[in-house]
Design a protein around this ligand. Structure first.
Ligand code: XMP
Length: 470
């Protein structure tokens, strides 16, 4: 006899619910967003970057850690290179690098205007190979003509290789200069300007005072895991379907001896979480959500999904059944976070942090190049199971060839959003406001207090009002 097909659950997504307002003990700006990215890794803000090759390399991971979150370096590159990216974050000074610089051949008058807009007295000059050829001095440029290439007026100045940025910071902080160029292997990497030097940070730091960094791994890739263990604070499993006997067995073999925290995922159901925690000796976090991402096509290709909000609720239920606390095995909500409102819902459901690629892909620090199309600026953003990303992975990792044959993601563009700092600060303000409305002064309090209501129709701005603010 044929088995009866049945609906076993209702998979709620972010747009299906709202968090209800509650009596607030504090003002939004007093809300404490500190949390955990994994069992032993504290963060100042509940935000992780997704390990995707258009998003998370060292530059974004360092900028995010400076703001209190954690970047997860993607694994679509050879092991040694991924290790170098983690090292770069660990070596990074507790200051941002800006992209302020000019080309040697740039017109003097334009560089003058650029320097005026940035309020800088000096600006690094870079040649076409990326070598720093000195600095433009604003006072030298005051009367130069537009036809003069600025390189003609270059003055010598100190250039700092990665690892020496602390000295550069001192130079700028003490007012000796407004801008100090930082190079990697002799090629221009970024500039420490007065703005960056004077910014106040609440970074996510490890026990040695270095920025936090995480790295994506496959449980089958023992060499990669060995190379990153102990260096990355967290090894984040990067598997589309962790609830698979072979994956669980491979993970079981490696987790016991790991120095770094290990986050299992992706998972989508209560059973997946229970099987994972039961079979593995150690699980330091859960990456929850399957096929909910902005670039995912898994549900269309395979008909299978566990929307992120539902997956978080499933994990919370499983932990409760197993007598485990939300802080013992922190839940990371991964996929489909469009802004702080979705993050508040995920946190209210039991997540300790959210993971996003979409929200960060348009920032200066994201790994993909900036594109100008028809007068507007964009950055490429693609799924890690999209054609382009899979091709790159096959080249970097011969084991992956057998693993995935069907594309389950798209390649696209997102609007350019400026510096990461701006996007993250907006996110933080939104999440703080959400907790304020919900009547919680911390994420822990939100877990205890939050109440959801099902929506029966859309609410908020959607009628005929045309948006005029940018
Ligand atoms: P957002 O919504 O931030 O989601 O774009 C990022 C998360 O999506 C997952 N991911 C994929 N899922 N096909 C998928 O089905 C893909 O090609 C793909 N690439 C990334 C991943 O969990 C990521 O963190």
């Amino acid at each position: 006899m044929l088995a009866q097909s049945r609906v076993v659950d209702e998979a709620l997504s972010f747009d299906d619910v709202v968090v209800l307002p509650g009596l607030s003990p504090v003002e939004p700006w007093q809300v404490d967003l500190s949390s955990k990215a994994s069992r032993r890794v504290q963060v100042r803000i509940p935000l992780l970057s997704a390990p995707m090759d258009t998003v998370s390399e060292w530059r974004l991971a360092a900028a995010l850690a400076l703001l209190g979150g954690v970047g997860v370096i993607h694994r679509n590159m050879p092991v040694e290179e991924q290790r170098r990216h983690v090292e770069m974050v660990k070596k990074h000074p507790l200051v941002e690098l800006s992209s302020a610089a000019a080309g040697e051949a740039d017109e003097c008058c334009r560089v003058r205007e650029y320097m005026r807009s940035l309020g800088l007295r000096q600006l690094p000059l870079v040649d076409s190979s990326g070598a720093v050829k000195g600095y433009a001095e604003f006072s030298d440029l005051e009367s130069c003509g537009c036809g003069t290439p600025v390189g003609k007026l270059a003055r010598p100045g100190p250039v700092f290789e990665v690892g020496e940025e602390a000295r550069a910071l001192e130079e700028v902080k003490r007012g000796r200069r407004d801008a100090a160029a930082v190079t990697l292997g002799g090629r221009f990497l970024g500039t420490i300007t007065v703005q960056e030097a004077l910014a106040v940070y609440s970074p996510a730091l490890d026990e040695e005072g270095r920025l936090r960094a995480a790295a994506a791994v496959s449980p089958f890739d023992a060499r990669r895991i060995e190379a990153l263990d102990g260096l990355a604070d967290i090894l984040v499993a990067d598997v589309a379907h962790f609830h698979n006997v072979n994956v669980l067995e491979a993970a079981r073999r490696i987790v016991k001896s790991l120095e770094s925290d290990f986050v299992a995922g992706n998972l989508g159901t209560r059973e997946g979480v229970i099987d994972t925690i039961t079979r593995l000796e150690r699980v330091d976090g859960l990456r929850m959500g399957i096929a909910g991402g902005s670039i995912c096509t898994t549900s269309g290709v395979a008909g299978v999904a566990a929307p992120t909000l539902f997956a978080v609720m499933q994990a919370r239920g499983a932990l409760r059944e197993m007598g485990l606390g939300l802080e013992e095995v922190p839940i990371i909500a991964d996929g489909g976070i469009r802004g702080p409102g979705d993050a508040v819902k995920a946190l209210a459901a039991g997540a300790s942090a959210v993971m996003t690629g979409y929200m960060l892909a348009g920032t200066d620090e994201a790994a993909a190049p900036l594109l100008r199309i028809g007068g507007s600026l964009y950055k490429p953003y693609r799924g890690m199971a999209s054609r382009g990303a899979l091709e790159r992975r096959f080249a970097a990792d011969r084991y992956s060839r057998a693993a995935k044959r069907v594309e389950e993601g798209i390649e696209g563009l997102v609007e350019y959003r400026g510096p990461l700092r701006r996007v993250v600060l907006e996110f933080v303000e939104g999440v703080r406001a959400g907790l304020g409305y919900a009547g919680a002064s911390s994420i822990k309090e939100l877990w205890a207090k939050a109440r959801f209501a099902r929506l029966t129709s859309r609410i908020g701005a959607y009628t005929g009002v045309v948006k005029t603010s940018v």
